[in-house]
Design a protein around this ligand. Structure first.
Ligand SMILES: [Zn+2]
Length: 166
């Protein structure tokens, strides 16, 4: 994205907003060379970064694909289709506002987990099992460790120690 005043390619995004009923994204940018400001417009499809798969292949972001993996995690859970749509909207907005050209599938998976954990822990756990197929098992294990730490309230180890003192 070249500066229209001096032609420099380095600039930073200072504001991002949706326009034309969400079909267009407008970014206010400031040139790092001449410090003048200008606005760029992008079609929404272009505004969502490409996805970097675990094997380093790149693919276009497809909303339906993300929706299907989330819906699978939400089967028979008290989560409305509308809530899933809004969840995806929030993730897309975040991706658009980030202004990156590419993001990892892992990054998106983590955002979904954050969102789902806040709505329904079981759905989040189910999503994690799908997520594992394109992410490292270590992150998966850490996620479960954090989740079960919240659920466990009884310190059973101390009771064992007391029993052994006899
Ligand atoms: Zn400039």
């Amino acid at each position: 994205m070249r500066c229209p005043f001096c032609g420099d390619e380095e600039n930073r995004v200072i504001d991002t907003r949706l326009a034309r009923d969400g079909e267009e994204i407008r970014r206010r940018r400031e040139c790092e060379e001449c410090e003048r400001r200008f606005t760029t417009r992008e079609r929404i499809e272009q505004a969502i970064p490409k996805i970097i798969k675990r094997d380093e292949r790149r693919e276009e972001y497809v909303r339906d694909k993300l929706a299907r993996s989330i819906e699978r995690a939400c089967v028979k859970r008290p989560i409305s289709a509308d809530a899933v749509e809004r969840l995806i909207d929030r993730i897309e907005r975040r991706l658009q506002e980030g202004g990156d050209k590419e993001v990892s599938s892992r990054y998106i998976g983590e955002r979904v987990m954050d969102e789902l954990t806040a709505i329904d822990a079981l759905a989040a756990v189910r999503f994690a099992s799908v997520f594992r197929s394109f992410d490292s098992t270590e992150d998966y294990a850490a996620f479960f460790a954090a989740l079960s730490a919240e659920e466990e309230s009884e310190p059973s180890a101390r009771e064992e120690d007391e029993g052994q003192s006899d």
